[in-house]
Design a protein around this ligand. Structure first.
Ligand code: AMP
Length: 218
């Protein structure tokens, strides 16, 4: 894998987080999820969390300046020296332009962008059925990938939680935000010849296998 920066693009529920986790393990590079960073800040009640909370609960995007600041700081940390995965960032054209500048300034070349394409009805089931382990972050789905015991993680027995924004109304808003603000990034990166499409209407395992094979050859 030549490129140092991987970007995972896709609608909410496309499987960005699940796939980024596998790729992170395989290549030993950190997964940077802006959603996870923001949720953690909301939980702790930090100034960042307070600024992001209302937008997140409404299913809207957090302002570019705030999210770009978070990413700028995170990618400057030592564990990002030999590469990183951006999961859920960029989500707007200004954010993508910010990444371009940041990579150029650091002399890190162009990103490789993975676009995970999933049909709308599958997205809805993935989002409404999603449950996350409160301890290790493992992701389950009550329809497609249920835990062995109800609401409990197979790996560590911790409680599974549903994300606050995985309710029907907020999901609808998040999909609207995706269509209007994030979908244009597909063309943005395709025109630059940086985009690799992945068929996302499948189980996570075959997707991860294909993706890792592709990245090893890229
Ligand atoms: P995610 O976990 O990626 O689905 O993100 C959850 C929520 O965090 C989104 O609905 C947004 O409110 C916010 N968020 C995450 N990443 C970004 C981003 N790159 N730009 C703006 N808002 C974001």
């Amino acid at each position: 894998m030549k490129s140092q920066a991987l970007i995972f693009l896709g609608a909410p529920g496309a499987g960005k987080g699940t796939q980024a986790r596998e790729v992170s393990k395989e290549f030993g590079i950190p997964q940077i999820s802006t959603g996870d960073i923001l949720r953690e800040a909301v939980k702790k009640g930090t100034p960042l969390g307070l600024a992001a909370k209302v937008k997140m609960e409404a299913g809207q995007l957090v302002p570019d300046e705030i999210v770009c600041g978070v990413v700028e700081e995170r990618i400057g940390e030592p564990d990002c020296m030999s590469g990183f995965i951006l999961d859920g960032f960029p989500r707007t054209i200004p954010q993508a332009q910010f990444v371009d500048r940041a990579l150029e300034n650091k002399g890190r070349g162009k990103p490789l962008v993975i676009n995970i394409a999933v049909e709308q009805d599958v997205l809805l089931k993935r989002l409404t059925g999603r449950r996350t382990c409160s301890a290790c972050g493992e992701i389950y789905n009550i329809y497609f990938n249920p835990p062995k015991a109800e609401a409990v993680c197979d790996k560590d027995g911790a409680k599974l939680l549903q994300r606050a924004d995985d309710n029907e109304e907020t999901i609808r808003q998040r999909l609207v935000a995706y269509d209007s603000q994030t979908r244009p990034l597909i063309d943005y990166y395709r025109q630059k010849n940086l985009l690799h499409d992945v068929e996302g209407n499948r189980d996570p395992e075959p997707i991860a296998r294909d993706l890792i094979r592709f990245l090893k050859s890229a």
